[in-house]
Design a protein around this ligand. Structure first.
Ligand code: FSX
Ligand code: SF4
Ligand code: F3S
Length: 385
């Protein structure tokens, strides 16, 4: 199977191992989907979508369907640090149930501060018990940046006033995998914007374990579920880029797969919001689109049940899946300073040929990417599945 035999065998073994674990739910996922009006063929279509999104051959589709049936065997602990809860909201608030959102219902969510009924002492007790009972087995998902100044005192939670810093470092110790959900958890986010008085940091800067970053403010439901499904099926981390983002999701620049790219290449730009170019779907570069410097799959996966995405809705990309985008991508509705992109902004008016444009953007994006990347330490040592 195109060199995927070993991976296929590994996935089969993993499903077998998961099936031997105790189930947390009384009904099967098929029963649950049926009860919510989702037909089996939609479920298989969903599994095919996950397979394609993760760039795997179609033979893996039945395996993803099998893995989804085992989703209730892996306990999940979801912590909130400093953030707006937009990541959870974007995922769970849909007007009709989707397989993505139902997988989340089916999974064994042991602790989630926004969704659970318990509060106060009871909530803290639930967390402590889940960490003990499922040590070595639970997936830890963290939403939000971690304030570290004054020993983490800018974020305290629960009846004992524990710092977010101490809760997240403790929960990380016995996690089978750690996912940073959203740009705040991955890179600190808006809390970490200059002058960052709370010393907010991404989770991977405060724990010693490997972390998979799923950035975006918010990230798409597809990227959250895809990351979960990859871990469910293979039990290992996917191939990651230098910012620890899964390459299957963050391997391409927004600009390279943008539906307005033809207009960029033709030198057709929206000059002001609401003008004729805007009505005709021209390129938003001059309105501050940061698609040339941003890596994410929004153009193909989209948001709100795959309906639309920022550029489709008429606003430029803000670079929300990149580290420090609040500091480095602003002002949001103006192009990045031309000195950073080696004259790109001063030449967009003169662009006539695709070749010239592609070359300029290639040079410009590379220059900006290098500037941003140099601001961050490169971390290694992650095992790639
Ligand atoms: Fe941050 Fe998520 Fe932006 Fe908000 O929690 S990534 S501020 S969408 O909600 O963390
Ligand atoms: Fe699309 Fe933005 Fe690139 Fe224009 S600059 S083609 S709107 S990503
Ligand atoms: Fe964010 Fe840009 Fe996508 S702003 S949601 S990475 S289009």
């Amino acid at each position: 199977m195109n060199g995927f035999d070993a991976l296929y065998a590994k996935a089969k073994d993993r499903i077998q191992a998961l099936s031997e674990l105790p189930s947390f739910k009384e009904e099967s996922i098929e029963q649950m989907l049926e009860g919510r009006g989702i037909e089996r063929r939609d479920f298989i279509k969903w599994a095919a979508g996950i397979t394609a999104m993760l760039a795997l051959p179609s033979q893996f589709t039945p395996l993803f369907a099998e893995a989804a049936k085992m989703a209730d065997r892996i306990p999940l602990v979801w912590l909130h640090m400093a953030e707006c809860t937009g990541c959870s909201e974007s995922f769970i608030r849909s007007d009709a149930p989707t397989v993505d959102s139902l997988i989340f219902d089916y999974i064994s969510l042991e602790y989630h501060e926004t969704l659970m009924a318990a509060s106060g002492w009871q909530a803290e007790e639930n967390l402590n018990q889940a960490l003990k009972k499922y040590a070595g087995r639970y997936i830890l998902l963290v939403e939000g940046g971690v304030p570290t100044a004054m020993n983490g005192q800018y974020l305290t939670m629960g009846p004992q006033g524990r710092t977010g810093l101490s809760v997240v470092t403790e929960a990380a110790k016995d996690a089978a995998a750690i996912f940073s959900i959203g740009t705040c958890a991955a890179f600190g986010g808006i809390q970490a914007a200059a002058p960052n008085p709370t010393g907010a940091k991404g989770v991977d800067k405060v724990v010693s374990q490997s972390v998979i970053n799923v950035p975006g403010c918010p990230p798409s439901a597809s990227n959250i579920v895809g990351t979960l499904m990859h871990f469910l099926l293979f039990g290992t981390l996917p191939a990651l880029d230098r910012y620890h983002r899964p390459k299957w999701a963050y391997g391409n620049r927004i600009h390279d797969l943008c539906e307005r790219r033809g207009h960029f290449d033709a030198g057709e730009f929206v000059e002001s919001f609401g003008d004729d170019g805007a009505k005709d779907g021209w390129c938003l570069y001059k309105q501050g689109c940061k698609g040339p410097y941003t890596f994410n799959n929004c153009s193909t996966e989209r948001f709100n049940q795959h309906v639309n995405w920022p550029i489709g809705a008429g606003h430029g990309c803000m670079g929300c899946s990149e580290p420090d985008f609040w500091d480095t991508m602003g002002p949001l509705e103006k192009p990045i300073d031309s000195h950073l992109v080696m004259g790109l902004n001063s030449t967009v008016d003169k662009i006539g040929t695709t070749l010239l444009t592609a070359t300029l953007v290639g040079i410009g994006a590379h220059a900006v990417a290098s500037i941003f990347m140099n601001k961050h330490d490169e971390k290694g040592g992650v095992s790639h599945g």
